[in-house]
Ligand binder design. Structure first.
Ligand SMILES: [Ca+2]
Ligand SMILES: [Ca+2]
Length: 439
């Protein structure tokens, strides 16, 4: 209550007012600041405004919470070690506002719908945040953590947002629920690991740099991964075990050298993958094991091999537009009426397209600009259409922009079934193509 408010006498007799949001105890023990909450929804703010570097002020947040059984803020001295906060049950709120701390920070919100935020501070060692079951939110903004950062959420619908500098590894783990993790303007020096339990998983990465590897695991979920204008120096792996997922990677670098492999694997459920303006340093592999799959690659470069594999019995729709692959390219689909389209691309090594069962359609240079770039195959090419009534079209008659150049041995094999080949006049073959099993 503000002091300038006129308080009716009838209310004044309630003073000292009952603290609806409980009490926290705070003490410095052996240089470490130890804060403990109770079963109520505690709400505290820690800051150092106007204090010396080893002092910390603890105040109540908006929901009046007493500290050491008093309503006024308290200042504790000689904080030279760690900070430990345990708030137990209740929808607890804690804000670390501009704190510069010399040791480890561990915050345990306990169960309940907790809100934990760190704003513009420095943590000299590790940061560990834990929430029990409940719908919790964790926000780390403009903060530098010099060592490892770990966030663990229990069951519930949780959000985690990380912005700042993370000096070593980052791990974000959640149990069952609809969870979202956002890294925006984050600079991580070590490995980054994001792991979801069952439920919906939403990962948004924007303007971030990962010094080593980035791994995103989902036990069973449907969800979305979006990555924009970010760099992964090491390897990147995404595993989606169940549910329908979408993956959008844009204007990013994955693997700054040839060891920086990329793997995206969808086990059950449909996978919709869209990659645009991405540079892959190492091998890139996209594997879809179940459900309808769609893979669209545009304006991207691949430093080593590119593998796209659909093992699903449903149709796969694969499109490559203006991609450049240094290593081998392998596209393999299973049952279902699959479609593979390639335009305006350059393949410096061998290409194999194997569509196996189903009435499949392969279209090379059929939908680009009529005067635009051609597709260059500098290595051997094998297009194997497998069983089913398949169709292969290469180029559009009379359009220089829709034609392909083949520099090595070429095999077009229609496989069993009634297959059709349209091989336009504008295509260029160094060696006459071997054409088998087209009717
Ligand atoms: Ca509590
Ligand atoms: Ca709690």
């Amino acid at each position: 209550m503000r002091k300038d408010m006129r308080i009716p006498l009838a209310l004044e007799v309630l003073e000292p007012r009952t603290m609806l949001s409980g009490n926290v105890t705070a003490a410095v023990v052996g240089g470490s600041l130890v804060i403990g909450g109770d079963a109520a929804a505690n709400d505290i703010v820690l800051d150092q405004s106007g204090l010396t570097s080893d002092q910390v002020r603890i105040s109540s947040g908006a929901n009046a919470t007493s500290i050491n059984n008093q309503s006024d803020p308290i200042v504790l001295n000689s904080v030279t070690g760690n900070l430990q906060i345990k708030l137990l049950k209740g929808a607890d709120t804690v804000l670390l506002d501009g704190l510069n701390l010399p040791g480890n920070v561990a915050i345990d919100g306990g169960t309940g719908n907790n809100t934990i935020a760190l704003n513009n501070g420095t943590i000299a060692n590790n940061l560990r945040i834990r929430n029990g079951d409940g719908d919790s939110s964790v926000t780390v903004a403009g903060t530098a953590v010099n060592n490892n950062t770990e966030v663990f959420d229990g069951a519930g619908n949780n959000t985690v947002s990380l912005t700042g500098t993370f000096g070593n590894n980052v791990s974000v783990q959640s149990k069952r629920g609809d969870n979202s993790v956002t890294l925006s303007g984050a600079i991580v020096s070590g490995n980054t690991r994001i792991a979801y339990g069952k439920g919906t998983a939403t990962t948004a990465i924007d303007g971030s740099t990962f010094g080593k590897n980035l791994g995103i695991w989902s036990q069973a979920h449907s969800g979305a991964l979006t990555m924009n204008t970010s760099t992964v120096n090491g390897r990147m792996a995404v595993y989606n075990n169940k549910g329908d997922t979408t993956t959008n990677l844009n204007s990013s670098t994955i693997g700054t050298n040839e060891d920086g492999n990329f793997l995206l694997q969808t086990v059950l459920g449909s996978g919709v993958v869209s990659i645009s303006g991405v540079s892959f340093g190492g091998n890139a592999s996209i594997r879809e094991m179940g459900g309808v799959g769609s893979v669209t690659l545009a304006n991207s470069t691949f430093g080593r091999n590119l593998t796209i594999q659909s093992a699903s019995k449903d149709a796969a729709d694969i499109s490559l537009q203006a991609v450049e692959v240094q290593g081998k390219t392998k596209i393999k689909t299973a049952q279902g009426d699959d479609t593979v389209k390639i335009d305006d691309s350059t393949f410096h090594s061998a290409v194999q397209i194997n569509t196996q069962l189903g009435s499949d359609t392969v279209k090379i240079e059929t939908q680009g600009d009529s005067l635009g770039p051609t597709t260059l195959f500098e290595g051997t090419v094998q297009i194997l259409l497998g069983a089913g009534d398949d169709s292969l079209q290469v180029g559009l008659s009379g359009q220089t922009g829709n034609s392909a150049v083949f520099s090595q041995v070429v095999l077009f094999d229609g496989g069993p079934g009634t297959d059709t080949l349209t091989n336009s006049d504008g295509n260029s073959y160094t060696v006459a193509p071997k054409i088998v099993r087209f009717e």
